[in-house]
Design a protein around this ligand. Structure first.
Ligand code: AMP
Length: 412
């Protein structure tokens, strides 16, 4: 069965078509600048590149272009739509309504709309993606996979803010956490690598990319994570500040005359590595090269980034009263030995010792020293595959029902 995995943004639509018999990618593509001048689609399938600039006024048109690309006689991956068994959609915020992935129906769509106030930037785009998919492929069963769902197991001591409790009761203001699909995938893989049931393990998953979050996963359940009500909380990220004293917002508004929206934009788009490096770059590669070649602004950004990360790891070891393994994943976590070494330097007291040579890897590998009580791994994440697996698990029977030759014969 082939599964289409969709990640819809406000002006973009990323997709992969995955053959689940081999879990291999048949096609991978991106529609960009939807609703903006110069919209285009790019797809790679079977080693061939399909590229078109064409007007895509909305997500439905983008979906039409995606189907044309996937089924293109020369550059496509499948002959027609009947080769797509199901679609899995990434949805950012499932709030408290969703503790796992679900088959999409009208009730689910309404719950997604109800969650918009909690994720005004992300959920409307995800909903547009689902609606477009439903319009273009009405007969294909669909599944929603939530970034927040994995963290719904957090106990209240981890998810509540120190605010008047009524704000949680009335407005659901609490910590939700994100990147759950990645943390779930990486921790499940780590259990395989360790050769132990996940129920027995205490793991810290470090997803470090442009957006970064860590999760403390005990017995396969997330018990704490660094992101909160939104993905702004926690670690230093490419352009996001991570944790700050909320009074910073008031001070910035009074001392600079910026509006609340301006300050929120600074915290989301001009802070983190970009802000700390005085505008040098939000990209870790640039910060790293600067830090290694004597640029003090880059060094300071790298130091703050690594120090915040180290404190969270220490905190999670305390929260779980131990740790079997620390897992590094995503763009920085998978690729950068310098970042991993900077974060884990001086943690021998907690039983963590990296092996400098093993740490040079950019692939799945054990990178801790033999004497390290806590094992450290690089585990490449694969959120698309995780979404596809959930989609298969929830739709497999429907697909078999609709595509079983025996049933089709009996229907004729
Ligand atoms: P992601 O959001 O997972 O795509 O990760 C993006 C981040 O990963 C950026 O900060 C990149 O600088 C970083 N990154 C990607 N490739 C590398 C690499 N080869 N070495 C170091 N950092 C990398």
């Amino acid at each position: 069965m082939n599964i289409l995995v969709i990640n819809a943004g406000s002006s973009s639509l990323k997709y992969q078509l995955i053959d689940m018999t081999t879990e291999s990618i048949l096609a991978k593509g991106l529609c960009e600048r939807i609703g903006i001048n110069g919209s285009n689609i790019e797809q790679k399938a079977g080693g061939k590149l399909y590229k078109k600039t064409l007007p895509l006024k909305n997500h439905v048109e983008a979906f039409g272009a995606l189907v044309d690309a996937l089924t293109d006689a020369e550059y496509g991956a499948v002959p027609d739509l009947s080769s797509i068994g199901a679609a899995g959609h990434r949805v950012v915020h499932g709030a408290e309504a969703f503790t796992g992935s679900v088959l999409i129906d009208d009730t689910v769509m309404q719950a997604l709309r109800d969650n918009i106030p909690l994720a005004p930037l992300h959920n409307p785009a995800n909903i547009m993606g689902i609606e477009a998919c439903r319009a273009v492929m009405p007969d294909v069963p669909m599944v929603a996979v939530f970034d927040t769902a994995f963290h719904q197991t957090m106990p209240r001591r981890a998810y509540l803010y120190g605010l008047p409790y009524e704000y949680y009761e009335q407005y659901k203001i609490r910590r939700y956490g994100f990147h759950g699909t990645s943390h779930r995938y990486v921790t499940a893989r780590a259990a395989q690598l360790l050769g132990r049931p996940i129920e027995q393990l205490k793991l810290i998953s470090c997803h470090m990319g442009n957006g970064s979050s860590f999760a403390a996963v005990e017995g396969g359940r997330s018990i704490d994570t660094t992101m909160g009500l939104t993905p702004l909380e926690g670690l230093i990220m490419g352009t996001r500040s991570g944790d700050i004293d909320p009074t910073v917002i008031e001070m910035l508004m009074t001392s600079t005359g910026m509006s609340l929206a301006d300050v929120m934009s600074v915290l989301n788009k001009r802070s983190g590595l970009l802000g700390l490096s005085a505008g040098l770059s939000s990209d870790w590669r640039d910060v790293k090269i600067g830090a290694q070649t004597g640029n003090d602004a880059a060094l300071r950004a790298a130091e703050v980034f690594a120090y915040r990360a180290k404190k969270y790891i220490g905190g999670y070891i305390a929260a779980m009263n131990g740790c079997d393994a620390i897992l590094f994943t995503a763009g920085i976590g998978e690729n950068d030995s310098f970042a991993r070494a900077l974060i884990l330097k001086g943690m021998e007291y907690l039983g963590i010792t990296l092996d400098p040579e093993r740490n040079q890897t950019r692939e799945e590998a054990l990178i801790s020293a033999d004497e390290s009580r806590v094992k450290v791994f690089v585990v490449p994440t694969n959120e698309e595959l995780a979404i596809a697996r959930d989609t298969l698990a929830l739709t497999g029977t429907i697909y078999t029902r609709y595509h079983s030759p025996a049933i089709e014969r009996s229907l004729v």
